[in-house]
Write a protein that binds this ligand. Structure first.
Ligand code: F6R
Length: 607
């Protein structure tokens, strides 16, 4: 959500900042802009829409200077126009901001009364105008920046540069991430280590409330009280090449094809190859005795959590409360003392999930987080992190992170079952074997891509699509529906197959395709009956099943995909890959912007 990149150094700033923005564009693409200091003067170039529009502006109106900041925007306050694009500024200061300034109306009224003239509708411009006001009153950049930051309420990551102060940049974070990159005679600021990946691997993350004053030689950190503090420099494992498309048409296509790899990598981290046992790091609680678990997350990560609930309840007999983070946070549920909080997030920065983490910790629950970004805010604030080894996920729609999350949750379930005595050695071995078979089986799913494409031909013609599943196949249906909505803009709803007769069956006619996730197993017959009910009312059935279920389904479905046969425990992983490919193929037919669908952004750092 909004990307920030900045540099102070000795090389031309614009190409460095622009490349950083390219790597951050997945965070927002409503507009983009760069400001530099050209012989001490602030110069800005901005453009509505994607970065290519900014590139065109820079072609005809280049920006010079070795100190610069840039921004890709996901609009919150104010339309996504050039005028509302960041950097915001005056002749004295330019700023870029990610987050929401909640008290901006009060501050704006105050500043306007003092004679400051605003140019935009954004909350962010308030920061620039306030710094400008203090600078005009004779304060130094550091004083003006610190005085402004003390007045802001809400969430922000911000970077500022100041006219007449080459080689100076001030950054701050409160609720939105910001990282400092250490180079040789040059320093960088970025929303995440991905932005800085080709520039440096030496990164320090700001803590909440921190400010940083950066010059080409050093970074001075200050905590929320203004006291100087040290922030550890970490060496990131990211390499620049990890974020190319590798010949695929889209990041999403590349990331879909990485399912087998990330499942395998994640298993390598969690299963001891010698003993074939799941090995967890030291835990913040005793798995054998916890009374309940609380799972929370947003979007796709929440659906992964729902599958985790089926597993943990059935196999480890652990009662689970689950809710989306934005609801759990404000519902103030009476949680059982001693319960284990479990969070799931690819980015580790999602504001709703982070707020839920803090709420769980505030009532004294230990928090275990399943995270892909291991240097994220959630990673720092959790009691234990179980990492998904999915690598950078660039496509806004999540794919490979989801199956990596399922892999971790499956391993956690096995460890819990063992600790709680609900899974014996043979049972553990059976489930671990099922997991170890997964990478190969996941790769086999792609042999059905051409058939799934035919299915997509029907889906792409529809205005509405229903997804149905039972048991752990129900959250898979939800994931399929979300992915279709996100990237093809077709309305899709997922229902627990047994619920259809309680209402949504009235929607069924020839124009509403029904995508069923129906693996063979104990729930097969009941789901099949629900599909028969839909068929009897003229519904067009499209089924994801497996080899064992294919014959029965072929008799009633217009298209049946017989996904590879796997242990019932892991069918949700295989089925997920199927429905994600369907969404991708449909989006291709619709000609939408697959990697950067409209109105969305990755890493949603506002509530
Ligand atoms: C869907 C999608 C979103 C994210 C959600 C949570 O394709 O990408 O629904 O799953 O915004 O994001 P993280 O996992 O970063 O907390």
């Amino acid at each position: 959500m909004c990307g920030i990149c900045g540099v102070v150094g000795h090389r031309p700033a614009t190409p460095i900042v622009f490349e950083g923005l390219r790597r951050l564009e997945y965070r927002g693409y409503d507009s983009a802009g760069i400001a530099t200091l050209d012989e001490g003067r602030i110069e800005r170039r901005r453009a509505a829409g994607k970065l290519d529009n900014l590139a065109a502006v820079l072609e005809t109106q280049p920006l010079y200077g070795t100190t610069g900041i840039g921004h890709t925007r996901w609009a919150t306050h104010g339309a996504p126009t050039e005028n509302n694009a960041h950097p915001h500024g005056t002749s004295r200061v330019a700023i870029v901001h990610n987050g929401i300034i909640e008290n901006f109306e009060t501050l704006r009224t105050e500043l306007e009364a003092e004679g400051q003239v605003f140019e935009t509708e954004t909350d962010s411009e308030t920061i620039a105008q306030m710094v400008d006001y203090y600078l005009a009153a004779g304060q130094s950049p550091r004083e003006a920046a610190f005085a402004t930051l003390r007045r802001l309420e809400g969430a922000y990551a911000v970077a500022m540069i100041f006219a007449g102060h080459e080689g100076l940049m001030i950054g701050a974070r409160h609720g939105a991430p910001l990282a400092v990159g250490f180079g040789d005679g040059e320093m960088f600021l970025g929303s995440d280590s991905l932005a800085l990946a080709p520039l440096t691997r030496r990164i320090a993350y700001l803590d909440d409330g921190d400010c940083v004053v950066i010059t080409p030689e050093k970074a001075e950190f200050f905590d929320h009280t203004g006291e100087p503090v040290e922030r550890k420099i970490q060496v990131t494992a990211l390499i620049a090449g990890a974020v190319g498309k590798d010949g695929y048409r889209h990041y999403m296509e590349k990331e879909l094809h990485e399912h087998p790899l990330v499942i395998g990598q994640t298993l390598q981290r969690m299963v001891d190859p010698a003993t074939r046992k799941v090995v967890l790091p030291p835990l913040p609680c005793d798995l054998a005795t916890i009374p309940r678990g609380v799972i929370t997350a947003c979007g796709s990560a929440y659906y992964a959590g729902m599958i985790g609930r089926y597993w943990l309840e059935e196999i480890a007999r652990l009662p689970i409360d689950i809710d989306v983070a934005s609801e759990l946070r404000y519902r103030n549920p009476p949680l059982t003392p001693g319960s284990l909080g479990m969070l799931i997030s690819q980015s580790g920065e999602t504001a709703d999930t982070l707020a839920a983490l803090r709420a769980l910790k505030a009532i004294g629950l230990p928090v275990l987080s399943v995270l892909n970004a291991e240097h994220s805010t959630m990673a720092r604030e959790s009691d234990l992190v179980l990492g998904t080894v999915a690598g950078p996920e660039i496509s806004v729609a999540s794919t490979k992170a989801f199956t990596a999350q399922l892999t971790v949750l499956a391993c956690l379930t096995i460890a819990m079952g063992r600790a709680r005595g609900t899974l014996d050695e043979a049972g553990e071995d059976e489930l671990v074997t099922a997991l170890l078979d997964l990478p190969g089986k996941a790769a086999e799913v792609f042999s059905h891509q051409a058939d799934i494409r035919k299915m997509a031909g029907i889906v792409a013609e529809a205005r509405d699509v229903l997804y149905l599943g039972r048991g752990s196949a129900y959250p898979v249906a939800m994931e399929g529906a979300l992915k279709l909505k996100e990237i093809s803009y077709i309305h899709a709803e997922a229902y627990a197959a047994g619920e259809m007769k309680h209402g949504p069956i009235s929607l069924i006619d020839r124009t509403v395709p029904i995508v069923a996730t129906i693996p063979s197993g104990p729930l097969f017959e009941k789901t099949l009956s629900n599909l028969q009910e839909a068929k009897a009312r003229g519904g067009r059935l499209l089924a994801f099943t497996d080899e064992a279920g294919a014959e029965r389904l072929s008799a009633i479905a217009e298209h049946t995909i017989a996904l590879p046969e796997v242990h019932p425990f892991v069918t949700p992983v295989i089925q997920t890959i199927g429905v994600q490919i369907l969404a991708y193929e449909t989006a291709l037919l619709k000609g939408t912007d697959v990697d950067q669908p409209r109105n969305l952004a990755k890493s949603v750092t506002v509530e």
